[in-house]
Design a protein around this ligand. Structure first.
Ligand code: ZN
Length: 276
């Protein structure tokens, strides 16, 4: 069976600041990218123990060049670098039997979620599909679901895990830390987190028959609340986007991958309004 892993960084054990996740930071980031890499490795090893054969990892954080190649098994492929048209779900196709989301975090606006945000903190205030508030995990799981691929494992803090399990109860959640507000956590040690992820990954594959693809029911409506009105000014210019109010745009398309691409286009274009 083929496994897809979308690997983010903020939900890694011990991580509690932007500096630790910032590739331009030369003091803290090198250590924490190492921890991120080892958690991905633990997920791969656990999945393989449960029978997974092929693994594709999509490095899904910031520059999307974080995971250290020498920490992964030699026969694993990795989607590396930005910008990718499908961003955190690049390379996900119907060929995969299951998907893992590792190092994930809570959606923008979630209380007590370490480093909570949705894609671009300076641009996206809130995202809804069919009126449901979406985290990155929700948006990405629905892309997997459109291809018939179930998400079976989420790792991160309790806010990230709880928000996914409230929408996808079949997902195995590994809580590696308890968030204390946005910039503090009560965390497992990195080594204990890796052991928990290894076990969670094996359990998740073992329970695959209970999982199902997560989908939104058409007709599909995407609504984005931007942080700034000028971001909505930019995105409203694209045909197909409708301005709802000062900071909100709406886009309708019953093909979810098309809706997802519109979302990626909107946060990139909206972010262009941040450049003064
Ligand atoms: Zn990230």
């Amino acid at each position: 069976m083929k496994l897809y892993i979308s690997a983010d960084m903020e939900g890694t054990a011990a991580v509690c600041s932007w500096e630790q996740c910032d590739p331009d930071n030369l003091t803290e980031y090198p250590y924490y990218r190492h921890l991120m890499s080892l958690e991905v490795r633990a997920a791969i090893d656990g999945a393989r123990q449960a029978g997974v054969t092929d693994v594709l990892v999509n490095d899904s954080h910031s520059s999307m060049r974080n995971i250290l190649w020498n920490e992964l098994p030699h026969d694993v492929r990795m989607v590396y670098g930005n910008r990718k048209p499908f961003s955190m779900t690049q390379g996900l196709t119907p060929e995969f039997g299951a998907a893992f989301f590792t190092g994930y975090h809570a959606p923008a606006g979630e209380r007590d979620g370490t480093l909570e945000h949705t894609y671009t903190p300076s641009t996206i205030y809130n995202v809804r599909v069919n009126g449901t508030r979406c985290s990155e995990a929700t948006l990405n799981a629905a892309l997997a679901g459109a291809y018939g691929v179930p998400v079976v494992l989420i790792t991160g803090d309790q806010a990230a895990v709880n928000s996914v399990k409230s929408q996808m109860p079949w997902v195995t959640g590994v809580v590696v830390k308890e968030s204390i507000g946005k910039f503090a956590t009560d965390s497992m040690s990195p080594e204990a987190a890796r052991a928990a992820i290894h076990k969670g990954a094996a359990d998740a594959i073992g329970r695959l028959k209970d999982a199902r693809p997560f989908t939104f029911e058409p007709p599909l409506t995407l609504e984005i609340d931007f942080v700034l009105t000028e971001q909505a000014d930019f995105v409203e210019l694209v045909p197909g986007f409708e301005r709802v109010d000062g900071r909100t745009v709406r886009f309708k398309n019953d093909d979810y991958p098309s809706l997802f691409r519109a979302f990626v286009a909107a946060f990139r274009l909206g972010s262009a309004a941040n450049i003064r």
